[in-house]
Design a binder for this molecule. Sequence first.
Ligand code: GFP
Length: 808
Amino acid sequence: MSPEILKAAFADNLNFAVGRPAEIATPEDWYQAIAFSVRDRIMHRWVRQFEKRNAPDVRQVAYLSAEFLPGPHLGNSLLNLGITDNARKALAGQDLDLYIGLEEEPGLGNGGLGRLAACYLDSLATLCYPATGYGIRYEFGIFDQSIKDGWQVEVTDKWLLPGNIWEIKRPNFAQVVKIGGHTETYTDEHGAFRVRWIPDRVVVGVPYDTPIVGYLSDSCVLLRLWSAEAAQSFDFADFNRGDYYGAVEEKVFSENISKVLYPNDEQLEGKRLRLEQQYFFVACSIKDMIRLCLRRGSTLERFHEMFCVQLNDTHPAIAVAELMRQLVDKYAMPWERAWDITRRTFSYTNHTLMPEALEKWPLPLFGSVLPRHLEIIYEINRRFLDEVRTRFPGDEGKIARLSIIDESGEKYVRMANLAMVGSHTVNGVAALHSELVKTQLFPDFHDLDPKRFQNVTNGVTPRRFLGLSNPGLTRLIDGRIGDSWLSNLDRLRELEAFAGDVGFQQDWMRVKLENKTRLARIIRDRTGVVVDPSSLFDIQVKRIHEYKRQHLNVLHIITLYQRIKHDPRLQITPRTFLFGGKAAPGYFMAKLIIKLINSVAETVNQDPAVRDLIKVVFLPDYNVKHAQNIYPAADLSEQISTAGKEASGTGNMKLSLNGALTIGTLDGANVEIREEVGAENFFLFGLTCEQAARLRAGGYNPGDYCHGDPELRGVIELIDSGLFSHGDRDLFRPITAHLLERDDYLLMADYRPYVNCQQEVDHAYRDRHHWTRMSILNVARMGKFSSDRAVREYADNIWKLKPFAPEA
Ligand code: GFP
């Protein structure tokens, strides 16, 4: 598409869609005009493929996810359409990057899980798989984070306020969803015994569609997000009676369902609205699929041939019972047939081993929101447990563990068990994690049917996370191996040949320095802290959680601080420690860790004795947009979770793909990253998963580690002395006391190996040529971690899905 055509499109859209004369158009107006023009081109592709996508023999994947974190669309869509350069030319002299930067991102996810879903949509589109991502159009996404006096403050994310150009409302495909009430039995006209659900209320789900265009593929997939509306915006009966407030109440009540994204790590028990949210989007999505299936002239007997449905964690697991309800209650299918179709339709991805993240709903709550589903779940469970009993007679323990209903105390519905029973395949998200899913999480299900378990190691899209966010490195790589690697990441291997090339190394270092300089400017503008771009950029960006161990990183920083204070002539490699990440609003320890980071930063950054050898920065409001500036600037990637706790990680992949070396434990996908890049190009430390388990089993006493290590003791004492808290000795006591007394995440045991490993990093960074060689090799060997590879594995091994050829 030539610059001239784009120029005309921008002018047209400024005129007709935005309605502003060019002479007085603001940057926001220009952003809109460009976004509309890009959307037009995406729509053109979308419409052109309509026939192909909807052909009766085309099988589709529906990716059901309560979270999608796509990041801003404009820059990525320009890249994927291959028109960024021409758009720049068309804007002759105007700053495209400024306009791109104005876009609010849809923060419709907490972190890894939602971002993974967005990467998969990018790859599904790029590889021309027919796919729809189904989710919730939260009016308020994940909160914006600001920092006041070192503490996290949550601010409502009003991402829809400026309008959202990328979505199209489709009221004609709206669905009605029932909630609450009771069930009753009746006999139908054929004399068959049937059940119907009489709800307390109904809400309407209205879909908003965002087509996602693939990279140079001409193909699109759809992100269809449901928004809740009242069945009638006004209750006219109430209104006519003069009860205005009563009339709008129903509207407010209904719209609440898609109002806000729940942050992770909060107590969910009793969160009725969250269960309603999950059911709401699942019910709308299943009905939408049924509509499409019937529209294509198929019968529901073939539902599982037309759709494969991926459950992204347990949030959409209620889909199993909902499809059964539709098939049995509404379409009068015999139970056995309906169950066979259901089992062939669903597959389930597990993303966490953390017990508190495995969803379960108190039975009374569940029954009051979804009375019919509870009955269906009882029936699924009864039949399932009968089978188990015949295979393991008398093993009541096994039966209790496998049951969808937890009856060990207060009764719960276990959503993971429902997902397991109702799916043909379950997968973990990294090799180690998938093993732990078999052996620790679901050993009884594994005994029952080992063939059902698979692994699909996560992947990330190289388009957004290298092509878009690191144009300097992209150009450098293109210059050596051509540009086809962006859709065939294995081709990065060809860079190995240049790893020792001094000229290439210098270019590599130059690009890294440019990226660090740019980030240093952002840091200064956003926090006021001045950092030196030539220092080692040591980066930990991810949700704040004790298992991710940001506080282990802090212990190392304080260790260095202590050493510098003790020895005024000490020489160490200058470092900038950068943190980013949100803590769940109700997660006290995570919020205290943020305060600790900021407090240490305040002390260390201002102490002249430190001689600027270390700087500590907490960059507020970590999100996709900021991540895109951070990854390219990283020298060192902190992946230091307690082994066995991080299912996979994807930040580890993005950082390494941008040339950062990893310091990490043998956890999640770190294990595979290390295998790929080579042990000599990875800084490994810490307990393995087995060692951690043995240590715990043998009676772990964290205090012993502290008492036996004077340096560690000094660090803890320094925190407790009030040095970082203006004399307040109690402020951080919950952290230090927990470390000394319980230390669930084994920081004390891993402290010394970590600090020693950091010393190796310090030495290694001094040999810049060798470091750069390792950095090049890291990038060259990251091919495996493309989301294209992951999506192909899902398509081949789980979904049995074929790509379709888009129109030329
Ligand atoms: C979760 C897991 C991560 C994993 C992602 C995607 O992330 O280890 O990489 O899912 O599979 F914890 P969060 O949503 O919890 O960030």
